[in-house]
Ligand binder design. Structure first.
Ligand SMILES: O=C(O)c1ccc(O)c(O)c1
Ligand SMILES: [Mg+2]
Length: 620
C-alpha cells in the first residue's frame, strides 16, 4: 500500500511539513494549495525538496466550484484551471483534485456537468494532467460518491476519474460497499479520515473534528476492505482537518498519522482474511504486523521520586511491604498480593513522585516489542547488566515507559530476583487484603489524547470504552478507558484541563495520576489503614446525603462509608466501594472492591474526588 498524507494535516511551513512527512516514512504527499501560496519557496524549489526527501507529490488540491455552471462562468473556470495546470507542471505534478461544486452551480443536470468535466479533461490532457473528482458531503448538486462516479462515467474521458474520501461517504451514511462496483482505473485517488460520532452540521464536523484512522468511531478497515476488493492500487492518503493537529508538533503528528495507516492496513488484512478467506489475493499489498493477544495483567507500576519517604509511608499504611532493594540501583520493590510498585530513585533529582513506567504481562515480550516498533513506537534506551533480565520497553505518547513483561500463569515476575532482601525489610504490616492492580489512571497532554488512544490500541491491543466527561472545579476532564475484554488490564486516560489558571500550588504541580489496587474487603482494609495513620482523601457530608437518596443504603452501611471516607456506586452487576489516599507529588492511590462483577470505575464519584483534591491544593 502506497502511503500519502495531505499537508493540511500538519502544523508549520510547507518545508517543515515535507520534512515531517519524510521523517515519518510516508511515500508521498498531497499539496494543499494554501500551503504553497504562503510559501516563500518557488514551485521548482518545492519540487526539488520533495525529490531530495524521497517524497512523491501525489495530488494538488483543491480546485473548487467548476461544474454545473453557465457558459460564461465555465470559460472563467477553465481559465482558472489552466493557470493551476501550468503551476502543477512546475511542481512536476499530474493529479488535481476537483471538489464538487458547493457554491456557483446553477444547473442541476448530469449531462451538462459531465460535458463540462469532459471539457476540463481535454484541457488537462494537454498538460499531461488528470482530474480526480470528489463529491463533498455538502456539495450543491453532487454530494454522493456514486453520483460523482456516474458523472465520471458520463464524462467518459481518460483524464477524468474520481477521488474517494471516507469522510464524505461515511458522514452521510452512504454504504461504502458501492466502492467495489467502481472500475479500479476510474479511482484516481483515495483519502481516509476517521471522526468521532458527533451530531452537528457536516461541514463543521469535517473541517474541525476529523482524526486519524483508529482515533474515531468509524470502521475504516471495512471501508479499506471494499477499496482493496475494487482492485485499486494507488496511494492511500490521510486528509485530516483537525484544530488540534494544526497546532501540535508536526513531526509527532506525522508519526501518529503513519502509525494509524500501518495499523489500518493490518486491520484490513485481518478483516479480509476473515471475510474472504486466507487464499484471497488482491492487487494492493497490505503489510501485516506481528499479531499479539491482549495483555493478561499489570506486571508492575513504577513511581519515580527523589525523596521516597512519603511514598513508603503511604504504601506501608496500605499494607504493602518492601520486598527488596535492587542489587545495583537505588530502586525498591514494594508488593502486596500480585501488586508490585517500584520506587525508583535513579535520575530523579528534584523530582516529586510521579508515575514513570507501567509493566504489562504479555505472552511474548520480544514479539510485542517488535510490533510496537513497527508501529513507530520509540524504544526506551536501557542499560542492563549481564546478569539482569533484558526488558522490552517503549515510550508512550505521554512519555510513560511501557514495559512488555513475560506473563506467567501464577503472576510471578522473573525480574524480582534482582531485588535482594533489604537489611531493614519490614514484615507486612498485617493481613494482605490487596490482590493486584485494578487500574491505572494517566493524565494525557491535551494535544496528544487521540494519539495516546491509538497508541494503546494498536501496540498493546487494548480496546477503547465509550469516553466520558467529568466536571472538576478547574474544567471538564475527558476520560477514556482502554481495557482488555476481561478487565485484567484497565487504563484510564484523562485529559487534564488545559491550564490551571487559578493561583495556588496546583498550577505548578503536575496533574495528579493514580494507581488503583483491587482488594477483597475494602472496609477491613480502610480500618487497618486508619489504624496505621493513613491520610484519606476527605469526602464531604453532602455526598453521603445524595448517596442515601440515590441508593437507599442501610443506615449502618452509610455510616461506615462516611466514617471511613469510602465512596459507593452500583451497576447492573454489583456494587463498588472505594477510597482515595492523599496525593504525594503527582501520585495518589485508590483501593477498590468490586462486588459481584461491578464493571465500572465509580464515574459518578469522580467529580467528588476531583473537587476534594482541588480543595487540598488550595489549602496548600
Ligand atoms: O472542506 C473542504 O473544502 C475540502 C476540500 C478538499 C477535500 O478533499 C475535502 O475532503 C474537503
Ligand atoms: Mg477530501
Amino acid at each position: 500500500m502506497r502511503t500519502s498524507i495531505a499537508t493540511v494535516c500538519l502544523s508549520g511551513t510547507l518545508e517543515e511539513k515535507l520534512h515531517a512527512c519524510a521523517q515519518a516514512g510516508f511515500d508521498g504527499v498531497e499539496i494543499f494549495e494554501q500551503d504553497l501560496l504562503v510559501s516563500p519557496h518557488s514551485p521548482a524549489e518545492i519540487r526539488a525538496l520533495a525529490a531530495e526527501l524521497g517524497l512523491s507529490l501525489d495530488l494538488y488540491q483543491p480546485f473548487r466550484d467548476f461544474e454545473g455552471v453557465d457558459e460564461e462562468l465555465l470559460a472563467d473556470n477553465l481559465y482558472r484551471a489552466e493557470a493551476k495546470f501550468r503551476l502543477m507542471r512546475e511542481l512536476g505534478m499530474d493529479l488535481m483534485l476537483l471538489c464538487s461544486n458547493v457554491g456557483t452551480a446553477t444547473i442541476d443536470d448530469d449531462e451538462t456537468a459531465a460535458a463540462q468535466l469532459r471539457t476540463l479533461g481535454d484541457l488537462a490532457a494537454r498538460y499531461g494532467i488528470r482530474i480526480a473528482y470528489e463529491a463533498l458531503a455538502w456539495g450543491k448538486f453532487v454530494n454522493d460518491f456514486e453520483h460523482a462516479c456516474r458523472l465520471v462515467e458520463l464524462a467518459d474521458h481518460p483524464n477524468v476519474g474520481t477521488c474517494l474520501d471516507s469522510f464524505h461517504i461515511l458522514s452521510r451514511g452512504w454504504d461504502p460497499a458501492g466502492i467495489e462496483k467502481i472500475p479500479a482505473e476510474k479511482i484516481f485517488f483515495v483519502q481516509l479520515a476517521d471522526a468521532p460520532q458527533l451530531s452537528m452540521d457536516i461541514l463543521s464536523w469535517s473541517r474541525h473534528y476529523r482524526v486519524f484512522p483508529g482515533e474515531g468511531a468509524w470502521e475504516l478497515d471495512k471501508f479499506l476492505g471494499h477499496l482493496v476488493r475494487s482492485g485499486y492500487t494507488g496511494p492511500v492518503s490521510l486528509e485530516i482537518f483537525n484544530d488540534v493537529f494544526r497546532q501540535a508538533d508536526e513531526v509527532r503528528t506525522a508519526v501518529d498519522a503513519m502509525r494509524s495507516l500501518i495499523w489500518l492496513a493490518e486491520r484490513t488484512w485481518v478483516h479480509l482474511q476473515q471475510t474472504d478467506g486466507p487464499d484471497a489475493h488482491y492487487p494492493m499489498e497490505l503489510a501485516t504486523l506481528p499479531q499479539v493477544p491482549e495483555p493478561t495483567g499489570f506486571n508492575f507500576a513504577e513511581v519515580k521520586a527523589e525523596s521516597t519517604k512519603k511514598l513508603q509511608t503511604l504504601l506501608g499504611q496500605l499494607g504493602f511491604a518492601c520486598r527488596g532493594r535492587h542489587r545495583t540501583k537505588p530502586v525498591q520493590l514494594w508488593t502486596q498480593g500480585r501488586a508490585r510498585i517500584i520506587i525508583n530513585g535513579q535520575q530523579a533529582r528534584n523530582q516529586e513522585p510521579a508515575i514513570a513506567a507501567l509493566g504489562f504481562d504479555v505472552a511474548d515480550p520480544v514479539r510485542a516489542a517488535s510490533r510496537a516498533m513497527q508501529l513507530k513506537a520509540a524504544p526506551v534506551p536501557r542499560q542492563s547488566q549481564a546478569d539482569e533480565e533484558v526488558l522490552q520497553a517503549v515510550s508512550a505518547p505521554d512519555t510513560t515507559e511501557v514495559f512488555l513483561c513475560q506473563g506467567t500463569p501464577d503472576g510471578t515476575a522473573a525480574w524480582t530476583r534482582e531485588f535482594g532482601r533489604p537489611a531493614d525489610a519490614a514484615a507486612p504490616a498485617g493481613r494482605e487484603l490487596i490482590s493486584h492492580v485494578d487500574h491505572v489512571n494517566l493524565a494525557q497532554p491535551w494535544q496528544h489524547f487521540d494519539e495516546s488512544v491509538l497508541f494503546y490500541e494498536s501496540t498493546l491491543a487494548l480496546s477503547p470504552s465509550p469516553s466520558t466527561e467529568v466536571p472538576s472545579p478547574v474544567g471538564l476532564v475527558r476520560s477514556q478507558v482502554m481495557r482488555t475484554r476481561d478487565g485484567a488490564v484497565r487504563l484510564a486516560l484523562n485529559i487534564a484541563p488545559l491550564v490551571m489558571e487559578k493561583p495556588g500550588p496546583s498550577s505548578e504541580s503536575a496533574y495528579p495520576q493514580h494507581i488503583a489496587f483491587a482488594c477483597t474487603d475494602v472496609i477491613a482494609l480502610a480500618r487497618d489503614a486508619v489504624g496505621r495513620g493513613l491520610e484519606f482523601l476527605k469526602i464531604p457530608a453532602n455526598y453521603y446525603a445524595d448517596l442515601q437518596a440515590r441508593f437507599r443504603l442501610a443506615p449502618e452501611l452509610l455510616a461506615t462509608l462516611q466514617e471511613l471516607n469510602l465512596l459507593y456506586d452500583r451497576d447492573q452487576h454489583g456494587e463498588f466501594l472505594h477510597f482515595y489516599t492523599a496525593t504525594v507529588g503527582s501520585v495518589f492511590f485508590e483501593v477498590v472492591e468490586r462486588r459481584n462483577g461491578y464493571d465500572g470505575y465509580g464515574a459518578p464519584n469522580a467529580p467528588v474526588r476531583l473537587a476534594a483534591q482541588y480543595l487540598l491544593t488550595k489549602q496548600g
